[in-house]
Write a protein of this length. Structure first.
Length: 147
């Protein structure tokens, strides 16, 4: 009876390295870095949205113009992040039907609604429902940018 030893090879063909190594062109590093940056951006935008929501609630309760200033600055920071880093967003709905940048249209609406909210806050007779409606409208527009 013949015994085969484990390290005895019969009918073997030369073994080739079948794994091909791709040249290190930095593509993987770039993809990894861009994913990290996108994740950081998402975290920052989520944090800003939470702060904007809290500040909006303060305005709804107190109707103080000082709260409005902070609210406006938070929204400005949020929109700056969106605009300055918008090249990182890969969305099909980035352009509207006419090919214009949809984001800029929303930003214009946010600015107009912020102005209307500020005007409502400085009135003698503040319309509570109008203030809450404007805050809700702004939140919806920002979520539209964010999502």
């Amino acid at each position: 009876m013949d015994h085969l030893k484990i390290n005895q090879v019969t009918n073997s063909l030369p073994v080739e390295n079948t794994q091909k190594t791709q040249p290190a062109d930095g593509t993987f590093k770039f993809m990894l870095a861009s994913n990290i940056q996108e994740s950081e951006l998402q975290q920052k935008l989520t944090m800003l949205m939470a702060e904007i929501g809290e500040q909006g609630e303060k305005i709804g309760k107190k109707k103080d113009i000082r709260d409005m200033r902070k609210y406006r600055s938070l929204i400005k920071e949020f929109m700056n992040e969106i605009v300055n880093r918008s090249h990182e967003f890969t969305r099909e709905n980035f352009l509207d039907r006419k090919g214009r940048h949809r984001v800029y249209g929303i930003i214009r609406l946010v600015d107009e609604t912020l102005d209307e909210l500020a005007q409502e806050l400085v009135k003698e007779e503040k319309d509570n429902m109008a203030i809450l409606a404007k805050i809700g409208e702004i939140r919806g527009l920002l979520l539209d940018l964010y999502m």
